[in-house]
Design a protein around this ligand. Structure first.
Ligand code: DSN
Length: 426
């Protein structure tokens, strides 16, 4: 078979794009070379439906070792007692939790997508809003902080079976204990989706959800800096309080119901090559250097927030505790769409994002979301955040000056030469 130069040329083009641009999408990161290498390996050839020691195929003895190591390392990262590393994505992890805990039509309560929540937390466009009766809490207009009073009132009124905490565009930490208190009052489960801040939680830099939330899900590719994928974890196992049973009608512990929900509930064969890469990433997180990375992420985010504020940008909640910030551009007479498209021309990548109480559609939006996990992996420190913000400001304040955008694109390329990405790839 001839080498597929068309696709490999495009992959090289993407490497060039990643190397020479400034990556500020809050949900993106750069894996280590060994994480990437593990993904492109022979376990991709293996079918392994089931779990280590209980597979539906022969020849699983090696992938059993890989998956067991991934599970054991992940449990250590979060001090969990049980973990499932098979979900193909964070969305799949959430599907499995809903399948294991709820019946179609049950009520759930999550952060509104338009206030920073996630599609899988009850959006009408998603399985979570189609199959379950979704209710929402929001953030306070004056502060941009989660409106816990509204959450509590809605929980007491609607009595959802599950309260979901976690967000895609929220720059502050969570009061998991307070959410658990109201959940206990009404007999609800609490699920924390920590996809965004997981790496900062793993290193003890943000509040720990595990003692307060019954079930924790995450992606592995954001602040955890692993391959694209999902995970589900429990620190304390328990019996499903709503009488959900396995397909044979037996009562089982939640860990077992969750395993059944992932496979055979909603997935077939696990991606063992990705699980191998997850194991490598979890090993990296257990190394002391990862804590330093997490600390630098937070310092960089705070330096970046300060640099935006000093130029008159309005940050939702006035700052950040984590790796991202949400900026309302209305006082700059720009939409999120225009900002994203203009910054793209200068090779500065981020995404348009609705801000709380936005008056524009999700395709236009009034804001942008800016995150620092990827640039921190590239080796940037606080002073570099000032440089980036000055370039962003120059672009946004001259959005229709194509010549200037081309000049900034060159400046960006030159700036990024200080922070090599995968030099081993030539
Ligand atoms: N979690 C979303 C993001 O934050 O970009 C993608 O689903």
């Amino acid at each position: 078979m001839q080498r597929d130069t068309v696709i490999f040329d495009l992959i090289n083009k993407e490497l060039y794009r990643q190397r020479n641009g400034i990556e500020l999408i809050a949900s993106e990161n750069f894996t280590s070379l060994q994480v990437m290498q593990a993904m492109g390996t022979v376990p991709t050839n293996k079918y392994a439906e089931g779990y280590p020691g209980k597979r539906y195929y022969g020849g699983c003895e090696v992938v059993d070792e890989i998956e067991t190591l991934a599970i054991e390392r992940l449990k250590k990262v979060f001090n969990a007692s049980w973990a499932n590393v098979q979900p193909h994505s964070g969305a799949q992890a959430n599907v499995a939790v809903f399948l294991a805990c709820l019946k179609p039509g049950d009520k759930i309560l999550g952060l509104d997508l338009s206030m920073g929540g996630h599609l899988t937390h009850g959006s009408p466009a998603n399985f979570s809003g189609k199959n379950y009766q979704a209710h929402f809490y929001g953030v306070k207009r004056e502060t941009g902080l989660v409106d816990y009073e509204h959450l509590e009132e809605t929980a007491r009124r609607e009595k959802p079976k599950m309260i979901i905490c976690g967000a895609s565009a929220y720059s502050r930490d969570w009061d998991y204990k307070r959410i658990r208190a109201v959940a206990d009052e009404i007999g609800a489960l609490v699920m924390a989706d920590i996809a965004h801040p997981a790496g900062l939680i793993a290193t003890g830099l943000l509040n720990d959800p595990f003692d307060h939330c019954h079930i924790v899900t995450s992606t592995t590719h954001k602040t955890l800096r692993g391959p694209r994928g999902g995970i589900i974890m429990l620190r304390h196992d328990f019996e499903n309080p709503f009488g959900i049973k396995d397909p044979k009608g037996n009562t089982r512990l939640m860990s077992s119901l969750l395993d059944l929900a992932v496979f055979p509930g909603m997935q077939g064969g696990p991606l063992e090559h990705v699980i191998a890469a997850k194991a490598v990433a979890f090993g990296e997180i257990l190394d002391d250097s990862f804590k330093a990375y997490g600390q630098q992420v937070i310092s960089n985010a705070q330096a970046m927030a300060k640099a935006f504020v000093s130029r008159g940008y309005q940050l939702i909640s006035d700052g950040t505790d984590n790796h991202l910030m949400l900026i309302d551009l209305r006082n700059k007479n720009l939409t999120g769409k225009k900002a994203q498209e203009t910054l793209d021309k200068a090779h500065i990548t981020l995404n348009k994002n609705a801000v709380p109480f936005d008056d524009k559609s999700p395709f236009v939006t009034s804001g942008i979301r800016v995150g620092v996990p990827a640039v921190t992996t590239r080796g940037m420190k606080e002073p570099h955040m000032e440089t980036i913000v000055s370039m962003i400001d120059k672009v946004l304040m001259n959005a229709d000056d194509e010549a200037l955008l081309a000049t900034v694109k060159n400046e960006v390329k030159e700036f990024m030469q200080q922070f090599p990405l995968y030099p081993e790839l030539g």
